[in-house]
Write a protein that binds this ligand. Structure first.
Ligand code: SF4
Length: 346
Protein backbone atom coordinates (compact mmCIF):
# COMPACT_ATOMS: atom_id res chain seq x y z
CA UNK A 1 0.00 0.00 0.00
CA UNK A 2 2.32 2.77 -1.19
CA UNK A 3 2.46 6.29 0.19
CA UNK A 4 0.13 5.71 3.12
CA UNK A 5 1.20 8.42 5.52
CA UNK A 6 1.44 12.10 4.72
CA UNK A 7 3.01 13.17 8.01
CA UNK A 8 5.13 11.71 10.78
CA UNK A 9 2.32 12.57 13.18
CA UNK A 10 -0.11 10.34 11.27
CA UNK A 11 2.47 7.57 11.12
CA UNK A 12 2.98 7.82 14.88
CA UNK A 13 -0.77 7.63 15.48
CA UNK A 14 -1.11 4.64 13.18
CA UNK A 15 1.77 2.87 14.93
CA UNK A 16 0.19 3.44 18.34
CA UNK A 17 -3.22 2.20 17.14
CA UNK A 18 -1.69 -0.82 15.41
CA UNK A 19 0.35 -1.76 18.45
CA UNK A 20 -2.88 -1.78 20.48
CA UNK A 21 -4.40 -4.31 18.03
CA UNK A 22 -2.14 -7.08 19.25
CA UNK A 23 -3.72 -9.76 17.04
CA UNK A 24 -2.23 -8.02 13.98
CA UNK A 25 0.86 -6.54 15.59
CA UNK A 26 2.10 -9.88 16.87
CA UNK A 27 1.89 -11.52 13.43
CA UNK A 28 5.18 -11.56 11.49
CA UNK A 29 3.24 -11.75 8.20
CA UNK A 30 1.26 -8.62 9.01
CA UNK A 31 4.46 -6.78 9.97
CA UNK A 32 6.02 -7.76 6.65
CA UNK A 33 3.00 -6.71 4.60
CA UNK A 34 2.83 -3.33 6.35
CA UNK A 35 6.55 -2.54 5.95
CA UNK A 36 7.37 0.92 4.67
CA UNK A 37 9.21 1.31 1.37
CA UNK A 38 11.01 4.17 -0.35
CA UNK A 39 7.80 5.76 -1.62
CA UNK A 40 6.45 5.97 1.94
CA UNK A 41 9.64 7.61 3.20
CA UNK A 42 9.56 10.16 0.37
CA UNK A 43 6.00 11.09 1.24
CA UNK A 44 6.95 11.48 4.89
CA UNK A 45 9.77 13.86 3.99
CA UNK A 46 12.39 11.40 5.24
CA UNK A 47 14.31 11.56 1.95
CA UNK A 48 15.18 15.24 2.12
CA UNK A 49 17.41 15.60 -0.93
CA UNK A 50 18.08 14.10 -4.32
CA UNK A 51 21.07 12.08 -3.09
CA UNK A 52 18.94 10.38 -0.41
CA UNK A 53 16.29 9.59 -3.03
CA UNK A 54 18.90 8.11 -5.34
CA UNK A 55 20.28 6.03 -2.44
CA UNK A 56 16.74 4.75 -1.79
CA UNK A 57 16.44 3.75 -5.44
CA UNK A 58 19.88 2.12 -5.53
CA UNK A 59 19.41 0.17 -2.28
CA UNK A 60 15.87 -0.94 -1.44
CA UNK A 61 14.07 0.21 1.67
CA UNK A 62 12.07 -2.06 3.90
CA UNK A 63 11.17 -1.37 7.50
CA UNK A 64 8.37 -3.05 9.43
CA UNK A 65 6.06 -1.21 11.85
CA UNK A 66 7.72 -2.92 14.82
CA UNK A 67 11.09 -1.30 14.01
CA UNK A 68 9.40 2.04 13.26
CA UNK A 69 7.81 1.92 16.69
CA UNK A 70 11.29 1.96 18.30
CA UNK A 71 12.27 5.25 16.65
CA UNK A 72 12.50 8.53 18.54
CA UNK A 73 10.94 10.74 15.87
CA UNK A 74 12.08 13.91 17.60
CA UNK A 75 15.73 12.97 17.13
CA UNK A 76 17.03 13.18 13.55
CA UNK A 77 20.16 11.25 14.62
CA UNK A 78 18.17 8.52 16.32
CA UNK A 79 20.36 5.35 16.31
CA UNK A 80 17.51 3.05 15.29
CA UNK A 81 16.46 5.24 12.37
CA UNK A 82 20.02 5.55 11.01
CA UNK A 83 20.14 1.79 10.46
CA UNK A 84 17.32 1.74 7.88
CA UNK A 85 17.06 5.31 6.58
CA UNK A 86 18.63 5.94 3.14
CA UNK A 87 21.48 8.44 3.19
CA UNK A 88 22.97 10.20 0.17
CA UNK A 89 26.43 9.23 1.41
CA UNK A 90 25.69 5.62 0.45
CA UNK A 91 26.55 6.68 -3.09
CA UNK A 92 30.08 7.84 -2.13
CA UNK A 93 32.82 6.13 -4.10
CA UNK A 94 35.78 7.74 -2.36
CA UNK A 95 37.38 4.88 -0.50
CA UNK A 96 39.90 2.84 -2.43
CA UNK A 97 39.61 -0.35 -0.35
CA UNK A 98 35.82 -0.64 -0.63
CA UNK A 99 34.12 -3.01 -3.01
CA UNK A 100 30.75 -4.64 -3.63
CA UNK A 101 32.03 -8.00 -2.42
CA UNK A 102 35.21 -7.37 -0.37
CA UNK A 103 35.54 -10.99 0.72
CA UNK A 104 35.03 -12.42 -2.74
CA UNK A 105 32.25 -14.63 -1.42
CA UNK A 106 30.82 -15.04 -4.90
CA UNK A 107 34.02 -16.84 -5.95
CA UNK A 108 34.69 -18.90 -2.84
CA UNK A 109 32.44 -21.88 -3.17
CA UNK A 110 31.85 -24.99 -5.19
CA UNK A 111 28.63 -23.53 -6.66
CA UNK A 112 26.68 -20.24 -6.42
CA UNK A 113 25.06 -19.84 -3.02
CA UNK A 114 27.64 -21.89 -1.11
CA UNK A 115 30.72 -20.19 0.35
CA UNK A 116 33.72 -22.11 1.68
CA UNK A 117 36.03 -19.40 2.93
CA UNK A 118 37.26 -20.86 6.22
CA UNK A 119 38.43 -24.49 6.50
CA UNK A 120 36.06 -25.66 9.25
CA UNK A 121 32.77 -24.16 8.05
CA UNK A 122 30.64 -23.61 5.00
CA UNK A 123 28.06 -20.90 4.48
CA UNK A 124 24.82 -21.43 2.60
CA UNK A 125 22.77 -18.58 1.18
CA UNK A 126 19.29 -19.93 1.79
CA UNK A 127 17.26 -16.71 1.66
CA UNK A 128 17.42 -13.40 -0.14
CA UNK A 129 14.75 -11.72 2.03
CA UNK A 130 15.21 -9.73 5.21
CA UNK A 131 12.80 -8.22 7.72
CA UNK A 132 14.56 -4.85 7.42
CA UNK A 133 17.00 -3.74 4.77
CA UNK A 134 19.92 -2.52 6.89
CA UNK A 135 21.86 0.34 5.34
CA UNK A 136 25.14 -1.08 6.75
CA UNK A 137 24.64 -4.58 5.30
CA UNK A 138 27.79 -6.30 4.06
CA UNK A 139 25.80 -7.92 1.23
CA UNK A 140 23.81 -4.83 0.25
CA UNK A 141 25.28 -4.77 -3.25
CA UNK A 142 24.57 -8.41 -3.97
CA UNK A 143 21.38 -9.29 -2.15
CA UNK A 144 19.04 -8.37 -4.97
CA UNK A 145 20.88 -10.45 -7.57
CA UNK A 146 21.63 -13.34 -5.22
CA UNK A 147 19.93 -16.69 -5.68
CA UNK A 148 18.71 -18.51 -2.60
CA UNK A 149 19.51 -22.21 -2.53
CA UNK A 150 16.25 -24.20 -2.37
CA UNK A 151 15.92 -26.93 0.28
CA UNK A 152 15.09 -29.60 -2.28
CA UNK A 153 16.21 -33.20 -1.91
CA UNK A 154 18.59 -32.72 -4.81
CA UNK A 155 20.17 -29.57 -3.33
CA UNK A 156 20.48 -31.11 0.12
CA UNK A 157 22.20 -34.12 -1.44
CA UNK A 158 24.57 -31.84 -3.38
CA UNK A 159 25.47 -29.91 -0.22
CA UNK A 160 25.91 -33.13 1.77
CA UNK A 161 28.20 -34.57 -0.94
CA UNK A 162 30.36 -31.46 -0.85
CA UNK A 163 30.61 -31.52 2.95
CA UNK A 164 31.53 -35.23 2.98
CA UNK A 165 34.31 -34.44 0.52
CA UNK A 166 35.69 -31.68 2.80
CA UNK A 167 36.48 -33.54 6.03
CA UNK A 168 37.62 -30.38 7.86
CA UNK A 169 34.13 -28.92 7.73
CA UNK A 170 32.24 -29.32 11.01
CA UNK A 171 29.92 -26.35 10.96
CA UNK A 172 27.27 -25.20 8.47
CA UNK A 173 26.05 -21.62 8.55
CA UNK A 174 22.64 -20.71 7.21
CA UNK A 175 22.73 -17.17 5.95
CA UNK A 176 21.31 -14.89 3.29
CA UNK A 177 19.34 -12.59 3.54
CA UNK A 178 17.72 -13.88 6.65
CA UNK A 179 17.05 -17.62 7.00
CA UNK A 180 14.23 -16.92 9.47
CA UNK A 181 12.28 -15.29 6.65
CA UNK A 182 11.83 -18.78 5.19
CA UNK A 183 8.70 -20.71 6.12
CA UNK A 184 9.08 -23.04 9.08
CA UNK A 185 8.96 -26.05 6.75
CA UNK A 186 11.71 -24.80 4.43
CA UNK A 187 13.94 -23.66 7.28
CA UNK A 188 13.58 -26.98 9.09
CA UNK A 189 14.35 -28.91 5.93
CA UNK A 190 17.72 -27.14 5.86
CA UNK A 191 18.37 -27.47 9.58
CA UNK A 192 17.41 -31.12 9.83
CA UNK A 193 19.15 -32.05 6.57
CA UNK A 194 22.43 -30.56 7.80
CA UNK A 195 22.13 -31.64 11.45
CA UNK A 196 21.79 -35.28 10.45
CA UNK A 197 25.26 -35.30 8.84
CA UNK A 198 27.53 -36.91 11.46
CA UNK A 199 30.40 -34.64 10.44
CA UNK A 200 28.40 -31.51 11.33
CA UNK A 201 28.65 -30.48 14.98
CA UNK A 202 26.78 -27.21 14.65
CA UNK A 203 24.22 -25.61 12.35
CA UNK A 204 24.57 -21.90 12.85
CA UNK A 205 21.74 -19.57 11.83
CA UNK A 206 22.70 -15.94 11.15
CA UNK A 207 19.57 -13.86 11.65
CA UNK A 208 18.50 -10.35 12.62
CA UNK A 209 14.93 -11.51 13.14
CA UNK A 210 15.09 -11.60 16.98
CA UNK A 211 15.95 -7.89 16.79
CA UNK A 212 13.93 -6.64 13.81
CA UNK A 213 10.94 -9.02 13.60
CA UNK A 214 10.86 -10.85 16.94
CA UNK A 215 7.27 -12.06 16.50
CA UNK A 216 8.59 -14.42 13.80
CA UNK A 217 10.16 -16.56 16.55
CA UNK A 218 7.26 -18.67 17.79
CA UNK A 219 7.34 -21.34 20.48
CA UNK A 220 6.74 -24.22 18.01
CA UNK A 221 9.50 -22.95 15.70
CA UNK A 222 11.98 -22.55 18.58
CA UNK A 223 11.18 -26.07 19.82
CA UNK A 224 11.62 -27.53 16.34
CA UNK A 225 14.95 -25.74 15.87
CA UNK A 226 16.18 -26.99 19.23
CA UNK A 227 15.27 -30.61 18.46
CA UNK A 228 18.60 -31.67 16.95
CA UNK A 229 20.71 -30.14 19.73
CA UNK A 230 23.02 -28.75 17.04
CA UNK A 231 21.50 -25.34 16.29
CA UNK A 232 23.23 -22.12 17.35
CA UNK A 233 21.78 -18.68 16.60
CA UNK A 234 23.87 -15.61 15.93
CA UNK A 235 21.86 -12.43 15.88
CA UNK A 236 22.62 -8.74 15.52
CA UNK A 237 21.53 -6.12 18.04
CA UNK A 238 23.38 -2.86 17.57
CA UNK A 239 21.79 -0.64 20.19
CA UNK A 240 20.31 -1.20 23.63
CA UNK A 241 16.98 0.33 22.54
CA UNK A 242 16.50 -2.68 20.26
CA UNK A 243 16.14 -4.79 23.40
CA UNK A 244 12.41 -4.74 24.05
CA UNK A 245 9.86 -7.09 25.65
CA UNK A 246 9.25 -8.55 22.17
CA UNK A 247 12.91 -9.17 21.35
CA UNK A 248 13.52 -10.51 24.87
CA UNK A 249 10.66 -12.96 24.35
CA UNK A 250 12.10 -14.16 21.01
CA UNK A 251 15.50 -14.77 22.59
CA UNK A 252 13.92 -16.45 25.63
CA UNK A 253 12.08 -18.92 23.39
CA UNK A 254 15.30 -19.81 21.61
CA UNK A 255 17.37 -20.11 24.78
CA UNK A 256 14.72 -22.22 26.51
CA UNK A 257 14.68 -24.53 23.48
CA UNK A 258 18.34 -25.23 24.24
CA UNK A 259 19.76 -22.99 21.51
CA UNK A 260 22.83 -20.91 22.37
CA UNK A 261 22.19 -17.34 21.22
CA UNK A 262 25.10 -14.95 20.58
CA UNK A 263 25.23 -11.42 19.28
CA UNK A 264 27.42 -9.96 16.56
CA UNK A 265 27.15 -6.17 16.52
CA UNK A 266 28.53 -3.91 13.88
CA UNK A 267 30.35 -0.82 15.09
CA UNK A 268 28.42 1.94 13.34
CA UNK A 269 29.35 5.59 13.36
CA UNK A 270 26.53 7.59 14.93
CA UNK A 271 24.73 4.46 16.16
CA UNK A 272 26.89 2.75 18.76
CA UNK A 273 30.44 4.12 18.42
CA UNK A 274 30.90 5.04 22.06
CA UNK A 275 31.90 3.18 25.21
CA UNK A 276 28.59 4.06 26.87
CA UNK A 277 26.49 2.77 23.96
CA UNK A 278 28.46 -0.49 23.83
CA UNK A 279 28.39 -1.01 27.60
CA UNK A 280 24.62 -0.45 27.68
CA UNK A 281 24.16 -2.87 24.79
CA UNK A 282 26.27 -5.62 26.40
CA UNK A 283 24.46 -5.26 29.74
CA UNK A 284 21.11 -5.37 27.95
CA UNK A 285 22.12 -8.50 26.06
CA UNK A 286 23.12 -10.22 29.27
CA UNK A 287 19.70 -9.42 30.74
CA UNK A 288 18.07 -11.35 27.89
CA UNK A 289 20.65 -14.18 28.07
CA UNK A 290 22.30 -13.37 24.76
CA UNK A 291 26.08 -13.59 24.74
CA UNK A 292 27.85 -10.51 23.36
CA UNK A 293 30.22 -12.31 21.02
CA UNK A 294 31.72 -10.06 18.35
CA UNK A 295 31.78 -6.38 17.51
CA UNK A 296 32.75 -6.03 13.86
CA UNK A 297 34.40 -2.97 12.47
CA UNK A 298 32.17 -2.08 9.52
CA UNK A 299 33.32 -4.01 6.44
CA UNK A 300 34.77 -2.09 3.46
CA UNK A 301 31.59 -2.40 1.41
CA UNK A 302 30.48 0.19 -1.10
CA UNK A 303 27.43 2.00 0.17
CA UNK A 304 28.36 1.74 3.87
CA UNK A 305 31.38 4.03 4.12
CA UNK A 306 29.62 6.69 6.21
CA UNK A 307 29.19 4.08 8.97
CA UNK A 308 32.88 3.17 9.20
CA UNK A 309 34.59 3.96 12.49
CA UNK A 310 38.35 4.53 12.41
CA UNK A 311 40.30 1.55 13.78
CA UNK A 312 41.99 3.78 16.38
CA UNK A 313 38.59 4.75 17.77
CA UNK A 314 37.38 1.15 17.72
CA UNK A 315 40.52 0.17 19.68
CA UNK A 316 39.88 2.86 22.25
CA UNK A 317 36.27 1.75 22.72
CA UNK A 318 37.37 -1.88 23.06
CA UNK A 319 40.03 -0.96 25.62
CA UNK A 320 37.81 1.27 27.72
CA UNK A 321 34.98 -1.24 27.62
CA UNK A 322 37.17 -3.75 29.47
CA UNK A 323 37.26 -1.28 32.36
CA UNK A 324 33.48 -0.92 32.45
CA UNK A 325 32.06 -4.42 32.14
CA UNK A 326 32.99 -7.93 33.25
CA UNK A 327 34.64 -10.50 31.02
CA UNK A 328 31.48 -12.59 30.78
CA UNK A 329 29.74 -9.96 28.72
CA UNK A 330 32.75 -8.52 26.94
CA UNK A 331 32.57 -8.96 23.14
CA UNK A 332 35.64 -9.38 20.97
CA UNK A 333 36.28 -6.43 18.68
CA UNK A 334 37.39 -7.76 15.32
CA UNK A 335 37.95 -6.72 11.78
CA UNK A 336 37.22 -9.04 8.88
CA UNK A 337 39.90 -8.32 6.32
CA UNK A 338 39.74 -9.37 2.69
CA UNK A 339 42.13 -12.25 2.12
CA UNK A 340 42.68 -12.97 5.85
CA UNK A 341 42.26 -16.56 7.00
CA UNK A 342 40.45 -15.54 10.20
CA UNK A 343 38.84 -12.52 11.86
CA UNK A 344 41.55 -10.26 13.25
CA UNK A 345 41.28 -8.93 16.81
CA UNK A 346 41.89 -5.20 16.84
S1 SF4 B 1 19.18 -8.53 8.03
FE1 SF4 B 1 21.34 -9.06 7.67
S2 SF4 B 1 21.44 -9.69 5.49
FE2 SF4 B 1 19.51 -8.55 5.81
S3 SF4 B 1 19.96 -6.42 5.27
FE3 SF4 B 1 20.23 -6.63 7.51
S4 SF4 B 1 22.40 -7.10 7.76
FE4 SF4 B 1 21.91 -7.50 5.60
Amino acid sequence: MPGRFATIERLRRWLAESRARTACWSQAGWQQRQSLEAVDLARLGLLPDEAAMRAALRYPVKVPPYVLSLVDWDDPRDPIRLQWLPDGRELMRLCSDASDDPFGEAQQGPFPGMVHRFPDRVLLMVSTCCATRCRHCTRKNRLDEAVALPPTARMLAQVADYIRGAPGVREAILSGGDPLLLSDARLLRWVDGLARLPQIDAVRIGTRVPCTLPMRVTAPLARALGRSGKVWVNTQFNHVREITPESAQACRLLVEAGIPVSNQSVLLQGVNDSVEAMADLCRGLQRIRVRPYYVFVCDPVTGTLHFRTPIAKARRIARELTEQIGGLLLPRFVVDQPGASAKQPI
